[in-house]
Design a binder for this molecule. Structure first.
Ligand code: CUA
Length: 361
């Protein structure tokens, strides 16, 4: 009975451990399944540290158990005062030197990797994206390609891409767990890191600095595509012109409303008016219909977009649009019919066949 009970306990423990250790998170949102240079480097350091720590743990446990069993007081043993060994120089030197060696084993690769990841010496030879963090979205300016977009960042596979980070408001932190390490986004100085993704796919990015009520919704995506697809996407983005779209009547009315209601004052819808360094007040909507998500977590469907436009505060508390919209006079606000038309229009903003919305994510 006892034996079967302890077997049951062992099985239970094994089951729980399997569940915990088998990466129940998403494959495109975990640093434990690295798909890029920075994440791979972090993973190697995590493994190294874990091995060193496990070694220390095992040695200490073995020594402890050995001592407890070997030197325990047996029945009939006299009560004695054990030999005192304080001041033993050899022993003290050994247990000072061993930890120093272990710390050096962990520190040297960590410092080397930190400097490698921060190396910007040949930055000009690669793609550069100026990234601006906002409460609660991300803006990307493709510096040499001369266009900008928001939220979904397209990059080619197996290529270095330099990310230059700054914030328009409070501190944020840029993190794509599967691809890169984490880097603070400050208001006054540009922090640069580079990413290099090894596999095509849509990777989830997170703001990793508590930045307000919708911090947890400040998600973004890094969309990794082949070199040809990337070139195609860049050219599609550069040439897309929302003025020349062939819209059905409802979407065309939506486009007019988008201008009349003032949406266009904060949201760009194509790259035609691009000027370097000009960052829109709200997310760039040029590729809205191609987006993986909008408002951080919603799929770009008509239904989601209508609920967003009706009450964005309920979905993403503290967003700037809700604050602005609430302050409008009632007759300046949108009714349901107008919201539907604007939604129809935004869902026509699809510059490219290379689209995160079509990818497995
Ligand atoms: Cu931005 Cu948290």
């Amino acid at each position: 009975m006892r034996a079967s009970l302890s077997k049951f306990r062992a099985l239970l423990l094994l089951g729980v451990l399997t569940l915990i250790l088998s990466a129940c998170g998403r494959e495109n949102l975990t640093a434990l399944v690295p798909k890029g240079y920075g994440a791979e480097t972090s993973m190697k350091l995590i493994l190294l540290t874990t091995i060193v720590m496990t070694f220390v743990f095992v040695v200490v446990v073995i020594a402890l158990v050995f001592v407890v069993i070997k030197f325990r007081k047996k029945k009939g043993d006299p009560v004695i005062n054990p030999v005192q060994v304080e001041g033993n120089k050899t022993l003290e030197a050994i247990w000072t030197i061993i930890p120093i060696i272990l710390v050096v084993i962990m520190a040297v690769p960590t410092v080397v990797a930190t400097f490698q990841l921060a190396d910007t010496s040949n930055q000009e030879d690669y793609i550069n994206i100026d990234v601006t963090g906002h409460q609660y979205w991300w803006h990307y300016e493709y510096v040499n390609e001369e266009f900008s977009t928001s939220q979904d960042m397209y990059v080619p596979v197996n290529t270095k891409v330099y990310i230059n980070l700054i914030t328009k408001d409070v501190l944020h932190s840029f993190w794509v767990p599967s691809i890169s390490g984490k880097l603070d986004v400050n208001p006054e100085n540009v922090n640069t890191l580079y990413i290099e993704a090894y596999e095509e796919g849509v990777y989830f990015g997170k703001c990793a600095e508590l930045c307000g009520p919708s911090h947890s919704l400040m998600d973004f995506k890094v969309v990794v595509v082949s070199e040809e697809e990337y070139d195609q996407w860049v050219s599609d983005m550069q040439s897309f012109d929302s003025e020349t779209l062939d819209l059905d009547p409802i979407a065309a009315e939506g486009k007019d409303l988008f201008e009349e209601k003032g949406c266009i004052g904060c949201h760009a819808t194509d790259s035609q008016a691009y000027s370097p360094g000009a960052i829109p007040i709200g997310p760039d909507l040029t590729q809205f219909a191609d987006r993986s998500r909008f408002a951080g977590v919603l799929h770009p469907t008509k239904e989601n977009l209508e609920s967003w436009l009706k009450d964005s505060e309920a979905i993403k508390p503290g967003n700037k649009m809700a604050e602005w919209y609430d302050a409008l006079d009632d007759d300046a606000k949108m009714n349901d019919e107008e919201i539907e038309k604007i939604a129809e229009y935004l869902l026509q903003l699809s510059p490219s066949d290379v689209s995160a919305a079509d990818m497995n994510q």
